[in-house]
Design a protein around this ligand. Structure first.
Ligand code: ADP
Length: 416
């Protein structure tokens, strides 16, 4: 737009345009947006009615998407061919057009008027764009007093410019909302699948574990070794299924938490004492530094144990044989920090946050040498958040990693 165009428009109408622009920018609901545009198009040009036709990106047809009062709802979604129609001519020429008497125009088709029982006399139509792309046509219909003027053309063109961008934005937001909905549905499907699959796998696995343990007990030494391999594989499988089940706990949310006063010194000691034999088998050294006094937090003990054993198992898994692991409990103002450090493979700096996403693993799934499903840290993160705490990691790749869990201290107050 050049200054000369604005010069033809009364200042009060320009001021109104600024208000409309503000309105359009604050609306993302397509229906409401179209209705605002309609009413403003009618009011600004002194017309009896107005309508909007949008270009269907698939069929390349124009379709009525909104009409101001005086035109029935039946009109909505009626197609208008681009070839041989007034609106089509406006879109193709990319120029505003005034038709004072539609009956004199060869491109005028009375069939839509007949269908909706309306009487069109005059039309002022302007093309709408989103940047340079045509998106539709805005029409003011039946000037109430006299004929459409050049000023009407200019003001409707400005409105059409604002409308084009606002409509496209609303369309994008709509598409994003639908895509987001779809993602949520898929996420729910996946969660349900994991819950059902893990539940169903548990029973046959317990039978396998039971029978293999029994057979191993009665087997001769040569066979016992074979049974041990089966047993180890079944135990690993049980760990994977347990991760899937734990994800289900997390998804059911806070109502499952049973928070009580818990002494972190005792929880850490229990988790360390009850760990499996992998760390010993790998001849890793484990040092534990705990305060001599109890450190109380309000926690669901089982869930806290799950978080800590996930971190400890990871430290063992990602640290080579002969490596070092250190567990510390630090008292900070208002918080207790649990720090688990290892001398393992480490984590690249750009992955330090992503490792807490569900199913995320630093190694490529097809070439990875460590077993697991990428769920342990995601579960830990959600559980820690349910305890009003934080979890994060620091690492130097090749040197090792340290995971921290911060929990609010319970200062003699009753747990929430
Ligand atoms: P999983 O261990 O089953 O793959 P997690 O959610 O526990 O799943 O961990 C996600 C990823 O974070 C791991 O695959 C690994 O790449 C990285 N990771 C976790 N803990 C450590 C650690 N102590 N040292 C190095 N990498 C780790």
């Amino acid at each position: 737009m050049t200054t000369s165009i604005y010069a033809q428009i009364e200042p009060t109408r320009l001021a109104r345009m600024i208000e409309i622009s503000r309105d359009l920018n604050s609306t993302t609901d397509q229906k409401q947006l179209l209705s605002t545009i309609m009413n403003e198009a009618r009011a600004l040009t002194g017309a009896a009615s107005a309508s909007i036709m949008l270009l269907d990106p698939q069929t390349r047809e124009l379709r009525f998407k909104a009409a101001s009062h005086g035109m029935p709802d039946k009109l909505i979604d009626m197609p208008v061919p681009i070839e041989g129609s007034i609106a089509g001519a406006i879109l193709r020429a990319n120029e505003p057009m005034i038709i004072d008497d539609v009956t004199q125009d060869a491109r005028w088709h009375s069939n839509i008027d007949e269908e909706i029982d309306f009487h069109t006399e005059s039309i002022l139509g302007v093309p709408m764009h989103d940047r340079d792309r045509p998106v539709g046509v805005l029409e003011a219909v039946n000037k109430l007093d006299g004929a459409f003027t050049q000023e009407d053309v200019e003001i409707l063109a400005i409105l059409a410019d604002l409308a084009g961008v606002a409509i496209e934005r609303a369309r994008l937001i709509d598409a994003l909302t639908r895509a987001n909905q779809r993602l949520n549905e898929l996420d729910e499907l996946k969660t349900n699948f994991i819950a059902i699959a893990s539940h169903e796998l548990r029973t046959p696995l317990s039978i396998i574990l039971g029978y293999v343990s029994f057979l191993r007990g009665n087997a001769d030494p040569a066979m016992a070794e074979q049974f041990d391999s089966v047993l180890n594989a079944a135990v690993r499988l049980r760990g994977l299924i347990q991760d899937m089940l734990n994800l289900g706990y997390v998804d059911t949310g806070a109502q499952q938490l049973e928070r009580q006063q818990v002494d972190l010194v005792r929880v850490i000691t229990d988790v360390v004492n009850n760990r499996d034999g992998t760390s010993q088998a790998k001849q890793q050294t484990l040092r534990v530094a705990l305060p001599s006094n109890p450190v109380h937090v309000a926690a669901d003990r089982k869930m806290l144990e799950l978080v800590l054993s996930n971190l400890l198992n990871n430290a063992t898994k990602f640290t080579p044989a002969g490596g070092h692991i250190r567990v510390r409990l630090l008292e900070r103002p208002d918080e207790a920090w649990i720090a688990i450090r290892d001398s393992g493979v480490g984590i690249p700096p750009d992955k330090l946050e992503r490792i807490f996403d569900r199913f995320y693993q630093v190694e490529h799934p097809l070439t990875r040498q460590f077993e697991g499903m990428g769920l342990g840290l995601a579960i830990a993160k959600e559980l820690v958040a349910l305890h009003d705490g934080r979890i994060w990691a620091a690492s130097e790749p090749g040197q090792g990693s340290e995971f921290f869990v911060a929990l609010p201290l319970l200062n003699g107050a009753e747990p929430a």
